[in-house]
Design a protein around this ligand. Structure first.
Ligand code: FAD
Length: 486
């Protein structure tokens, strides 16, 4: 996958490193533990919980990697990062080169090092698992290289190739597409509906998990390469498809995400004090609610967050930081089936979040002013596996409890943003409302490619980024072919 790597396995320095220490010596050291802010302190602020590795910790952890001849960790990475290549650079203390290896395949390593579910991906395939040892801390090392390997070499502007392309949406899919295309010499303009660039990285994932300054750094690097960003511009409303074509764009990459919240359709969901995670997190993360912004946000004393994904964990942990005395996750399956990252569940529990698993809300009850005061919760048990492969929740007849709440945050999934599918004539859409694309991420409109959550439904940062890169390669090939023909 990484034949062009700048740090191939047969490089002399890597061969020399392998000879320096035996596998036994390398595997004798236990996996590094990252320092975290104390739970009592971190619930009082929005500071990042994970503190990163010190250089000494990172160099020691990098030694653990055995530099396998057939590294399975790479097959567990959705974008095929040359994982041993970057880790061995950390071992030889060349962090700038480590970051350069990461940047060969990942546009946003500082982001992925913080939010990727490594335990389900690269780290789950590490040879150490077979040896009944803890896997190499690949995610921690990625973060270390991204934070510490930034070179001060001046930015070299790519040679313009005379072609213009547009991007709709500035989340990880749009940013990684923009990065690849600007490096190929394209004139790239990113259109974003919101007043900030970054998509979910800014409006969804909270500061205590992914500081905005980290996202800004990646955006600044793209701007330095020449990517233009136009904010507050809703494609499909402010500008139409025809407007973009008339602007002279030869390719359009739609990466408009899946930001439309879903609700459960149960009685009481319209009460005051019941809102979606999307609204709750956007108000706080993007609009400054609860800090110094003018945007209001309800502050609950007893908060229930419905769902078990990353968004639910981010919401419940945010509620604790906003002062909730009791913050609960209400999830219809058991903890083993929760889709959230293991680390998020662990951190939430450390921060005093309560877990009402095998519980499903069936109704919200109002007080005399129309605000939610309680929820009726159906207790569940696990039945046979369903289509997702997870054991399905089955209601226990008559087992209904009433739980006092004054704020409910619904976090049961998202649907694709409907504006582009609804407003671009001739664009094929699937039954789920996602944009239909072929294997090259090309849509039914010849110049329009799409990727990320608008194609996959809610997925992950790394998959969105992978789509951005894939679409960039496909669109580049198409534009090159066309310009040769004309
Ligand atoms: C709270 C939360 C926590 C998450 N945590 C994790 C995690 O820990 N790890 C992980 O891997 N994934 C996580 N995810 C999922 C991940 O963030 C998404 O899969 C990813 O951001 C999708 O990227 P994208 O570029 O496709 O879309 P998005 O990030 O959604 O970006 C789309 C952008 O397009 C803009 N847009 C939409 N319509 C238009 C239009 N018509 N015109 C102009 N702009 C438009 C939107 O405003 C938005 O900025 C999380 C998601 C949420 C909501």
């Amino acid at each position: 996958m990484f034949e062009d790597s700048i740090s191939p396995r047969d490089a002399q320095w890597r061969e020399a490193l392998r000879k320096e220490k035996s596998a036994r010596e390398r595997s004798a050291t236990p996996r590094v533990k990252m320092t975290e802010l104390a739970p009592d302190y971190r619930v009082t602020c929005s500071e990042e919980v994970n503190c990163g590795l010190t250089p000494a910790q990172a160099f020691t952890e990098a030694i653990r990697c055995l530099d396998c001849p057939d590294p399975q960790c790479v097959t567990g990475c959705p974008v095929g990062i040359n994982i041993p290549g970057f880790i061995k650079n950390i071992e030889r203390q060349n962090v700038v080169e480590a970051l350069a290896v990461l940047k060969e395949t990942s546009a946003l390593p500082a982001v992925c090092g913080r939010v990727c579910p490594q335990e389900k991906q690269c780290e789950s395939r590490c040879i150490y698992n077979k040896m009944k040892k803890d896997p190499v801390a690949i995610g921690y090392l990625e973060r270390f290289a991204a934070d510490n390997g930034v070179s001060d070499a001046p930015v070299v502007q790519p040679e313009p190739n005379g072609h213009k392309v547009a991007v709709v949406g500035s989340g990880p899919a749009g940013l990684s597409f923009a990065g690849d295309m600007v490096k190929r010499g394209y004139d790239v303009t990113v259109y974003e509906a919101l007043h900030q660039i970054g998509g979910v990285l800014k409006y969804g994932i909270p500061e205590f998990r992914l500081p905005n300054s980290i996202v800004e750094r990646e955006i600044d690097a793209l701007a330095a390469l020449g990517v233009k960003f136009i904010k507050d511009c809703v494609i499909g409303k402010t500008l139409s498809y025809d407007d973009l074509v008339n602007e002279g764009y030869e390719g359009i990459f739609v990466a408009s995400g899946a930001g439309l919240p879903r609700f459960m359709g149960i009685p009481g969901e319209n009460l005051i004090g019941v809102l979606s995670s999307n609204e709750y997190l956007t108000r706080i993360n993007l609009m400054g609610a609860g800090h110094d912004g003018d945007t209001p946000v309800p502050v609950g004393r007893r908060v229930a967050v419905i769902g078990g994904g990353n968004t639910a964990m981010d919401s419940v942990r945010t509620a604790r930081r906003m002062g909730a005395e009791k913050a609960m996750i209400v999830y219809r399956r058991s903890e083993a089936e929760m889709p959230a990252r293991v680390e998020e569940v662990h951190h939430a529990r450390q921060e005093g979040v309560e877990f009402l698993t095998l519980c499903n809300p069936v109704e919200y009850i109002a007080d005399e002013k129309g605000a939610v005061r309680a929820m009726r919760v159906q207790r569940m048990e696990l039945g046979e596996p369903d289509a997702s492969g997870r054991r399905s929740p089955v209601a226990i007849p008559g087992a209904i409890d009433e739980v006092e709440v004054d704020l409910v945050i619904v976090s049961v999934g998202v649907s694709p943003n409907p504006l582009i599918p609804a407003n671009f004539a001739g664009l094929d859409v699937t039954g789920r409302g996602t944009i239909a694309v072929d294997d090259n991420l090309r849509s039914s409109l010849h110049i329009l490619f799409a990727g990320g959550d608008i194609v996959r439904g809610g997925a992950t940062v790394i998959l969105a980024m992978g789509d951005g890169r894939h679409a960039a390669a496909s669109m580049h090939e198409q534009i090159q072919k066309q310009s040769k023909q004309s």
